[in-house]
Design a protein around this ligand. Structure first.
Ligand SMILES: [Zn+2]
Length: 346
């Protein structure tokens, strides 16, 4: 079969790899129908994250179950399934409390595991990891493309909103206009936020934010953006959703949080890891900082229901579609920002 392989920064190639096979009785083999290129893939693509030559890529799998191991009960061959970006056993302490990204037996796709940017994957703990799409969505490509972002970006946006404690009637600020930031706007609206201030630097992306429910757009940067938002909110917002992970975006998020408020952060920290956080500001304003890698699996059924009933549609985050051979071009397009998020129809 064919799969995307990392050969070095800027160098992703589609190559022949061995077909996956059942290794453990809890495995399933999934033939990929849809996957994507993620903003977080750009870290290794740009050489900013350690990644070995020969590793597979892609962590957003959707496809049709081809074969299951002998201990798999819930998932059947022929099922159309979604998988979160992390696989998990569904039984450990952390899975039971809805924190599947900390599963004691779990892990992440790609690297030494099978990557979703390929024709098939071996899915560990299939009964816990995979979520079947109900039959009523079968054959409805528009609906399937609206469900697919639940593998990562939509669940991550929801985690930002949930971590920031967004409630009906609340005012919130979403920092970042990438796919996760846009999904965070959708998530905040879904949770009933009344005012959603979207902060970003790309007009076309902010237009999408507006379509998703943002009520106010802020394009200025740094101190200017802080002043603007503090003024608009008469002292800051109770709920701030940080969806970038850079030092500047985290500083902005903390600076526009209202005393007693919360910052939900889901952008993988890059800048703040080295340069630190304004702990004094967090302390003196009694701010809550909550977040991390989204346990997308925990949110999948709930979000799926809203997609199936037409209440939620994150599919406009995709602005480019490629086939598997187009994956290297998809990375290049996201790297040079001509694409926001690339859907891959394998
Ligand atoms: Zn677990």
């Amino acid at each position: 079969m064919k799969a995307a392989i990392f050969h070095g920064p800027g160098d992703i190639r589609i190559e022949e790899v061995p077909d996956p096979r059942i290794q453990d009785p809890t495995d399933a083999i999934v033939r990929i129908t849809h996957t994507a290129v993620c903003g977080s893939d750009l870290w290794f693509y740009r050489g900013q994250q350690e990644y070995q030559e020969g590793w597979r890529t892609g962590h957003e799998p959707m496809g049709i179950v081809e074969e299951v191991g002998e201990d798999v009960r819930r998932i059947k061959p022929g099922d159309l399934v979604l998988a979160p970006f992390a696989f998990s056993d569904g039984t450990c302490e952390f899975c039971r409390k809805g924190l599947q990204t900390s599963c004691t037996h779990g892990g992440f796709w790609a690297m030494e595991m099978d990557g979703a940017q390929g024709e098939a994957v071996r899915a560990p703990y299939a009964d816990a990891t995979l979520v079947p799409v109900p039959d009523r969505a079968a054959g409805d490509e528009r609906l399937i493309e609206a469900l697919f972002p639940l593998t990562d970006v939509m669940g991550t946006g929801h985690h930002a909103a949930a971590s920031a404690g967004v409630k009906p009637g609340s005012t919130c600020v979403v920092v970042g206009d990438g796919a996760v930031g846009l999904c965070a706007v959708l998530a905040a609206r879904r949770l009933g936020a009344e005012r959603i201030i979207a902060v970003g630097h790309h007009e076309d992306r902010l237009d999408k934010a507006k379509g998703f429910g943002a009520t106010d757009l802020v394009t200025s940067r740094g101190e200017e953006a802080v002043q603007e938002i503090v003024e608009m909110t008469k002292g800051g917002a109770n709920h701030v959703l940080e969806c970038v992970g850079a030092k500047s975006s985290m500083d902005l998020a903390i600076s526009v949080a209202r005393p007693g408020g919360a910052v939900g952060y889901v952008g993988v920290p890059h800048g703040p890891a080295e340069e630190g956080l304004d702990i004094m500001r967090l302390f003196f304003n009694n701010l809550t900082l909550r977040g991390g890698p989204a346990p997308v699996r925990a949110y999948m059924e709930e979000l799926m229901e809203d997609v199936l009933t037409g209440k939620l549609d994150p599919s406009p985050v995709f602005d480019m579609t490629v086939d598997l051979d187009g994956v290297p071009g998809g990375y290049a397009a996201m790297d040079n920002r001509t694409a926001l998020k690339v859907l891959v129809k394998v």
